[in-house]
Design a binder for this molecule. Sequence first.
Ligand SMILES: [Zn+2]
Length: 292
Amino acid sequence: MRISVPAARPRQPSRHCLRAVRIRYAGVMTLRRLATLLAICFATTAFGADDKSLADALKVIQGKQFVDLTHRFSPTTPVWGGFGQATMSAACDPKTNAPYTIEKDGFRTTFYSMVGQYGTHVDPPAHFRTDGLTMDEIPLKEMILPLIVFDVTPMLDKDPNHALSVDDVQACEKVHGRVPAGAFAALRTGMSKDWESNPARFKRSPFPAWSLAAIKFLFEERHVTTIGHESLDTDTTDSMDSETWILKQNHFQIEAMTNLDKVPATGAVIVVTWPNVEHGFGFPARAFAILP
Ligand SMILES: [Zn+2]
């Protein structure tokens, strides 16, 4: 096995290595063999040290609470009326049209027929822009980001279709600090609670969402990387002004998120991924938060 060794700071060989050196040195050892062994010890230690920092990070992450920000989807999942419901059936052998079963074939699998924008999903820029980034072109590093959550639920009694404003963002910053560059800004509206119990409400319009001014402020003044929300659209109406602006700016977004009430306003990290569809225009995504 070849280990690639990053440029190493000079460091002491590990105790384990020194012990090995001493034991071997008791036998017959030329200077050249000793040098080779020490080099391996240094290399192993340096590799181990770099590896350890990632291992430490993983240990920290594994000690944290995770929150799923993704709905399960099925043929009854709320979807934009223009697309229609998904169908899911047993996949068949194309030669016989017989469905595969565990009893007969030792396995089973499902044939899915649905629009890409189904369930909790990613809208890549190419969804609205002919030369926009497709799903497979969005950088992997944009799939793990600091998560900021704006909560408009306290405003919905007064205005059930409230659109998050620049004033709302700035009021939130007074309490929680400036929205960091490179963040994932999510909008909590409580709409996700209707997902299974009352899917028809996802067809309602207007509904609580973003204002275009707040969207522009977040991307242009705060330089967030992306946004996400609980509704099936970015705007409070069918106008699609904000959604069009975001995607035309070559940013992606996540729609139909859930569990934002279980995530703090700041301090969490979001991981969001999707299948690597070649030239994909959108697909169900899996997003989760790692709590601070
Ligand atoms: Zn969408």
